[in-house]
Design a protein around this ligand. Structure first.
Ligand code: GLU
Length: 555
């Protein structure tokens, strides 16, 4: 045994597996050429960030359009920052968006042959590779105390030198294996560092699938690869996990781009093929004219849970994120208004480059459009799922009579250009509760929003009475409206808005004013879904009852 081998044995006496063993245990995946294997690798340090949902959507979509594999890995090596239970919570939230891993860490269990998928359970795998690195002189123990590292940092600052552990500052890289072994035997604490041979002055060529060819300074940092707690750092875990889990594409936030030279050197020294890299744009927000990152502290919409709790349809949020991802999506959507978003083919070269701006108004528009395009059964199913968790009132309504609910939300739905009444499922209860007699009666105790400045009570009563006697509900919508025009004329209102505007003195108001009076009377609101259908659903008897009540209230 040479000295390096002795050193490796001294540090890892229990590690008997070799890299070859790992290569056999985690063989190349048997997938079609060009199949993409990508992953979502969250750290369990809090909630699911909207930016992470964006990254996950992309990591999920590419494998799905290439018959590949999307898997999840829990990056829980930073035990100090870990928040109990947040790993499971992240997975649950992904599920709410219909993004299910094919393999990997699933919250309460694991699935697949490339595990364990929790980094804290992979310590021995990392150690096999590190042991090999030590034997090959690619890694070494470092005994530098935090005081001496602080002094080094101060010195570098004062002398305007690049910070870090490199070159002449990498003191322990100069220790002979013999000295290192003595110090270990003396129980001196240590970490393991990677021995870089790079030079910061050199440029290396790097290819990013989104950003194209880049030149970055070569890595020269002797980064820590194994911490004193026996767990690896991000960089080393990335090397080992993405190699042995056979990731083909690393899709991750652009904050990792500056570390890419480290990863290049690690892969090269290990002698392994590098995955392809795609560094995704960070999601930004316009704040008083300035762009800044979507912030956990300042922006409620930075947490995915915000959308779920407020009843945004999952598909609407995903659709919005795809519009951020690929500039050609919106054009595709216009040509495929009812298609499933996942039928769109995502591509790396159409990916937005700069920090993408998060636009809540646009999110709302998209959600409105998507909700309008759900058929009544799907709408009801999703509304109920939302209500079960977040909206007792809505839950009660749907439970009372599901068919009645469907009839209501089906007003002007299931057609080419459906009506957009709801932005979120949270809107549903306040918009439709008047359909239910008891809830209507409750709101009847409030002041009704009649325009009493323009019309006195006697006029309103006259309109309501006239309408009550001839509701026209047996007609189709057009003829119902013609009937309403007749009623308007009978009551002294103009049946044509344009004409009314030309000759206001001749009339009390116009047909729109008449329909507003009816609308208010039967719903207590100035805005409702299409009045004709509202009246039809309520039915003659109920409409008469309601009108009588309002007349009573006005008299
Ligand atoms: N755990 C890392 C993070 O949460 C993952 C980055 C990656 O996907 O490689 O930022």
């Amino acid at each position: 045994m040479n000295e390096l081998e002795q050193l490796a044995e001294l540090i890892f006496p229990d590690i008997t597996d070799t890299i070859d063993d790992l290569e056999k245990r985690y063989p190349q995946r048997n997938l079609p050429d060009n199949a993409i294997v990508a992953r979502f690798a969250p750290s369990p340090t809090g909630f699911l960030h909207t930016g992470s949902l964006f990254a996950t959507l992309i990591a999920w979509k590419f494998p799905h359009q290439t018959s590949g594999i999307f898997y999840t890995r829990l990056e829980d090596t930073d035990t100090k920052r870990e928040i109990e239970g947040s790993g499971e919570e992240l997975l649950k939230q992904l599920e709410a968006f219909g993004i299910m891993p094919d393999e990997g860490y699933m919250g309460s269990y694991e699935k697949g042959n490339y595990g364990p998928y929790k980094q804290s359970q992979r310590a021995n795998i990392y150690k096999v590779v590190i042991k090999d690195f030590i034997k090959r002189g690619l890694a070494y123990p470092c005994f530098c105390s935090s005081e001496s590292l602080n002094e080094m940092r101060k010195y570098q600052e004062e002398h305007k030198l690049n910070p870090g552990y490199y070159g002449e500052f990498a003191k322990c890289s100069y220790l002979s294996p013999k000295v290192a072994m003595e110090r270990i035997k003396n129980h001196e604490p240590y970490v393991i560092r990677f021995r870089s041979t790079g030079n910061y002055q050199n440029k290396i060529k790097i290819t990013d699938l989104i950003r194209g060819n880049l030149e970055l300074a070569e890595n020269d940092q002797h980064i820590v690869i194994l911490k004193s707690d026996g767990l690896p750092t991000y960089h080393f875990a990335h090397l080992v996990d993405d190699h042995f889990m056979r990731t083909t594409h690393v899709t991750r936030g652009e904050e990792w781009l500056p570390s890419l030279p480290i990863h290049y050197e690690l892969f090269e020294k290990a002698g392994w093929e590098k995955p392809k890299y795609a560094h995704l744009p960070v999601i930004m927000k316009l704040d008083n004219g300035n762009r800044r990152k979507l912030s956990k502290r300042k922006d409620p919409e930075a947490a995915v849970s915000y959308f779920l709790e407020n009843g945004y349809p999952a598909q609407g949020i995903l659709e919005y994120l795809i519009t951020i991802a690929n500039s050609n999506f919106e054009e595709w959507r216009l040509q495929n208004m009812n298609a499933n978003i996942f039928d769109f083919t995502l591509s790396f070269d159409k990916m937005t480059l700069d920090g993408a701006l998060f636009d809540l108004a646009k999110v709302k528009n998209i959600c409105k459009e998507r909700l309008a395009r759900l058929n009544k059964d799907e709408f009801t199913k999703q509304a109920y799922e939302y209500a079960l968790k977040y909206d007792d009132n809505l839950k009660a309504l749907i439970k009372r009579d599901e068919n009645y609910f469907k009839e209501i939300i089906n007003i002007e739905r299931e057609k080419d250009n459906p009506r957009k009444d709801y932005e979120t499922f949270k809107d549903v209860y306040p918009i439709i509760n008047f359909f239910y007699s008891d809830l209507y009666e409750k709101s009847l105790t409030n002041e009704l929003p009649f325009n009493l400045e323009r019309f006195d009570k006697a006029t309103i009563i006259k309109v309501l009475n006239t309408y009550k006697d001839d509701m026209g509900l047996e007609y189709d919508e057009e003829n119902w409206f013609n009937n309403l025009k007749n009623i308007s004329e009978k009551c002294g209102f103009c049946s044509n808005v344009k004409e009314y505007k030309k000759n206001k003195e001749a009339y009390l108001g116009h047909v729109g004013d008449v329909s507003e009076m009816i609308r208010i009377a039967i719903s207590t609101r100035k805005n409702t879904p299409n009045l004709y259908y509202v009246l039809k659903i309520l039915g003659e008897k109920e409409v008469i009852t309601r009108i009588d009540k309002v007349i009573d209230k006005l008299s």
